[in-house]
Design a protein around this ligand. Structure first.
Ligand code: ASP
Length: 330
């Protein structure tokens, strides 16, 4: 398997690399559930999280992932960085890289930010924590770990993804992952929130939510990405959007007994999802959050060359070492 230098998007990963990261994430879940949540895997490594867009889950889980693997982790947000004083993205990137971090985790509203910086910062691994409407690879790895836990493998399953497909990096990255891993995608949205030629991803397209539900194994709800919405008339009103594209317990019944519900967060209750679904046993939304930490541990460990099996350096000397030391005293 080709070694991973950066993580820009699902588009660049092979099936083998995706499965490796998901399986490694699986092996890290346990560390997060222990009373002492610490492993030495990334001791001596430095990770900088540079976030130009808001985030709760992704930023916190990258921070926890690094700290639980014993790395030194620094967080910088746009409002506290020198970009708010007029510094360019490239100058900020080069400044941080000059401090010799091993990994730079970046979230930015511009698609392609990570690739652009990687061209200029030779010795720093770069992780895309979400770039505009382009890609969000660690969210998809998180979801795949959640599906692995629920079903073993996503192969042959049907994921119905609903909402603002046009502006969602999560939807785009899932469409790319589905082709590689063999799960089937249905996209559901009003015409105004669907990218043109979305069918080229090999998905089924629906404008009527109720028609898409039978046969779905997972219903994946998306938030309307208001921060990226330029068209004020994408839908008539929140109330009408909720009626047509909101998920509630009654509507979910059409999907069948075993169907599960996912959402990358943040949820807008009463818009794309109702509390009777979000808080139900069918919801795997908090599992996604938990798995997000484990998967980001896997990404950081892979990029830094760390391995979960790496044992802490034992302070206890072997009997040979003791004999040697005693010999040198004679
Ligand atoms: N948290 C996800 C993202 O950053 C989804 C969302 O914001 O709606 O893309």
């Amino acid at each position: 398997m080709e070694a991973l230098k950066h993580l820009f998007g699902i588009a660049d990963l092979s099936k083998e690399q995706i499965e490796h990261l998901v399986n490694l994430g699986d092996s890290f879940i346990d560390i997060n559930r222990r009373p002492i949540k610490k492993a030495p895997t990334l001791r001596g490594k430095t990770i900088i999280n540079l976030f130009f867009e808001n985030s709760t889950r992704t930023r916190t889980s990258f921070e926890l992932a690094g700290k639980r693997l014993s790395a030194d982790v620094i967080n910088i947000s746009a409002s506290t960085s020198a970009t708010s004083k007029g510094e360019s993205l490239l100058d900020t990137g080069q400044t941080l890289a000059a401090m010799q971090p091993h990994v730079l985790v970046i979230r930015h509203s511009l698609a392609g930010t990570c690739e652009f910086l990687a061209e200029h910062l030779e010795h720093t691994a770069i992780v895309n924590a979400g770039d505009g409407a382009h890609e969000h690879p660690t969210q998809i790895l998180t979801d795949l770990l959640t599906l692995k836990q629920a079903w073993g493998s996503p192969e042959g399953k049907t994921m119905t993804i609903v909402g603002d497909i046009s502006h969602s990096r999560v939807a785009r990255s899932h469409l790319l992952a589905a082709k590689k891993l063999g799960y089937h995608m249905r996209v559901v949205a009003p015409k105004t929130l669907l990218p043109s030629e979305v069918e080229r991803y090999g998905c089924e397209v629906y404008h009527n939510f109720d028609e898409a539900l039978p046969g779905s194994d997972v219903v994946y709800m998306l938030r309307i990405q208001t921060e990226r919405l330029t068209d004020a008339c994408a839908f008539p009103s929140i109330r009408e959007y909720h009626e047509a594209y909101g998920l509630n317990a009654k509507r979910l019944k059409a999907a069948g007994e075993d169907c599960i519900v996912m959402h990358p967060g943040p949820m807008n209750r009463g818009v794309e999802i109702s509390s009777d679904v979000a808080d139900s046993l069918k919801s795997h939304i908090l599992n996604q959050v938990e798995h997000g930490v484990a998967v980001r541990m896997a990404v950081l460990a892979t990029l830094c060359g760390g391995h979960p099996e790496e044992k802490p350096v034992s302070k206890k000397k072997s009997s040979d070492e003791v004999k040697q030391a005693q010999g040198s005293l004679l």
